[in-house]
Design a protein around this ligand. Structure first.
Ligand code: SAH
Length: 213
């Protein structure tokens, strides 16, 4: 795996596109400009790595579009020292973005092949999240509560059980909807049993499915 000047140049252009599309967080733009996204994609797709598009990563799943990664990260308000639960490790790219921002990340993947692949790649790259092979609907009760919870697959409804694993003052970001697309929802935990929801536009994710595979 090599990161050439050409890749760096393409990343710079990608960052410019993200700014045009409305991403304003300097720290997020900086880490997207730094992380070699092409490492997270199969070799056949490397030439597409710095287009603002989603791409297949095997097992019928996709690496999210860079704009979507930046948008979710910004909406989550991810920052240094946050303890974050990510549902849907996939390629590991979104997880790398959170780690580069200085967060402590617990990431869950339900596809065994993807879990093994992203764990191997990220370990090789020197990233150290806590990896779990399991069903994100169950979260990680042993490690709860979390400052933030980020769901990177389309959930049919808000996964209510996961809200219990959120700190008071914490935020969950989840795309909610079916195969025709989802609405991005942010849920803030105001108190023990009080939550506030807000909607943030339309997106298209692969579905959040139950159980492991
Ligand atoms: N964050 C990933 C996005 C991958 S796509 C990235 O940056 O590449 C969404 C991922 O969520 C897929 O890998 C899919 O297998 C996984 N997924 C779907 N439902 C899940 C569940 N219930 N628990 C854990 N992972 C899930």
């Amino acid at each position: 795996m090599i990161d050439t000047y050409r890749h760096k140049g393409l990343r710079k252009k990608l960052v410019e596109q993200l700014i045009e599309k409305g991403i304003t967080s300097n720290s997020i733009l900086e880490v997207i400009g730094k992380i070699p996204r092409h490492f997270f994609m199969d070799s056949g797709f490397i030439e597409f790595a710095y287009r603002d598009q989603a791409f297949p990563i095997g097992s019928g799943q996709t690496i999210s579009q860079p704009y979507t990664v930046a948008f979710q990260t910004e909406l989550l308000g991810a920052k240094k020292h946050d303890k974050i639960l990510e549902v849907g490790t996939g390629s590991g790219y979104q997880c790398a973005v959170l780690l580069e921002l200085g967060a402590k990340v617990y990431t869950i993947e339900r596809h065994r092949d993807l879990y093994l692949k992203s764990r191997a790649l990220m370990t090789q790259m020197g990233y150290k999240p806590y990896f779990f092979y399991g069903d994100g609907y169950a979260g990680q009760p042993n490690h709860a509560p979390f400052d933030k919870i980020l769901i990177t697959a389309g959930a049919p409804d808000i996964p209510r059980d996961l809200l219990k694993q959120l700190k008071i003052g914490g935020r969950m970001v989840v795309p909610v909807g079916g195969s025709n697309g989802q609405v991005m929802i942010a849920i803030d935990r105001i108190s023990e049993d009080e939550f506030k929801e807000s909607e943030h536009g339309h997106f298209s994710f692969v579905p959040m499915l139950k159980g492991r595979q």
